[in-house]
Write a protein that binds this ligand. Sequence first.
Ligand code: NAG
Ligand code: NAG
Length: 168
Amino acid sequence: MHSFGFRANAVLTFGITILALICAMASISDNFNSPRPSSEIQIKYPIDSGEIKFSFSMQVSLTMNITADLQSLFTWNTKQVFVFVAAEYETPKNALNQVSLWDAIIPAKEHAKFWVQTANKYRFVDQGSNLRGKDFNLTLHWHVMPKTGKMFANKLVIPGYRLPEEYR
Ligand SMILES: *[C@@H]1O[C@H](CO)[C@@H](O)[C@H](O)[C@H]1NC(C)=O
Ligand SMILES: *[C@@H]1O[C@H](CO)[C@@H](O)[C@H](O)[C@H]1NC(C)=O
């Protein structure tokens, strides 16, 4: 009885030690992996000879052509990657305004190299600010959720976008 309990305990301890070791290795290998995701985003506004759909609340509709290769974010320890594209711009009131335009969950490396053409899922609206002719950056953010270890996040800034001046 006594020896059985002792053995079971030893096996359990051994198991936990191995598990802890695997978790540690997983986190370490994640830290060594320096991913270099890439992305290109083209924006099209719904233009029919200069017509931009600004509504009274300054809502902007646009179509994005997002090409991205996020495969380097995936290791054997990656559960999934949450990715979102945001427009970032300055206004006199706020140094940084961030509007999320699109997001997705990438479940596996096979899906991490993709091309999507999409309208903005969330409204690009800023009450009271004049967004016409506004310069903005697009940022591609990713949150990597590992199977074990801590989540990490980073972003890629794609600068140099400008909202059109003209609209009807
Ligand atoms: C979207 O971007 C890709 C890669 O840059 C390009 O091959 C494709 O033609 C573009 N599609 C549209 C509809 O602009
Ligand atoms: C846009 O990107 C440029 C270059 O990376 C940076 O200098 C600028 O501060 C960015 N603007 C905003 C609003 O984040």
